[in-house]
Design a protein around this ligand. Structure first.
Ligand SMILES: Cc1cc2nc3c(=O)[nH]c(=O)nc-3n(C[C@H](O)[C@H](O)[C@H](O)COP(=O)(O)O)c2cc1C
Length: 182
């Protein structure tokens, strides 16, 4: 059994990035479990709060899930040419007291609006950030989905067949990256 954990940098209910993770769960072969994690409830990092109260429960729960995973998939939206603050804030918390990303195989995917970068700029900032957390991020293939308003329904479910086929090929490559550790 290969255990994957996925989470999204968007907290909205109809998030297309969270929808990408649901699509991956549907595409996963039988020997793969796909657990959904969430960044909801993680407070803003404050070193004084950390000193007084330690890790918030939402951070501790996410940390435990990541440690138990063989592979981690992060769906990264693009906000103002970078990753959303909720994602960076979560990584700042997770970096404290020993990163759960150490030795972990990570895949980054993302969906954005219009014909622009498909979240590439945000993903490259996230890649840089994950260097600090000692993650082993898959170099390629990459997933830069453009025009998400046409490829997902109003609830954030992936409806575009070509994108789903591409995602299936990406998942195959990611599983090889996770399972075949040289
Ligand atoms: C504050 C904010 C900033 C954004 N900045 C960008 C941007 O720089 N580039 C981009 O392609 N889309 C940008 N968008 C559009 C998001 O990519 C789009 O809303 C996307 O659907 C968000 O992901 P989600 O569907 O998972 O919530 C921005 C959206 C918000 C709310």
């Amino acid at each position: 059994m290969t255990r994957l954990v996925g989470y999204s940098g968007s907290l909205r209910k109809a998030s297309t990035n969270t929808g990408l993770l649901r699509a991956i769960a549907e595409l996963a072969p039988a020997h793969v479990s796909m657990d959904a994690a969430s960044l909801a409830g993680i407070p803003l990092f404050n070193e004084d709060d950390e000193a007084a109260n330690g890790k918030p429960s939402a951070v501790a729960a996410l940390d435990a899930k990541l440690r138990a995973a063989d592979g981690i998939i992060i769906a990264c939206p693009e906000y103002n040419f970078s990753m959303p603050g909720v994602l960076k804030n979560a990584n700042d918390w997770l970096s404290r007291g020993g990163s759960p990303f150490r030795w972990k195989r990570v895949g980054i995917i993302g969906a954005g609006g219009g014909q622009f970068a498909g979240t590439a700029r945000a993903q490259y900032h996230l890649r840089q950030n994950l260097q600090a957390l000692q993650a082993i991020v898959m170099p390629r293939p990459e997933v830069f989905i453009t025009n998400n308003e046409e490829k997902f329904d109003a609830a954030g479910n992936l409806t575009d067949a070509e994108t789903r086929r591409y995602l299936a090929r990406w998942l195959e490559a990611f599983l090889e990256w996770v399972e075949k550790k040289p």
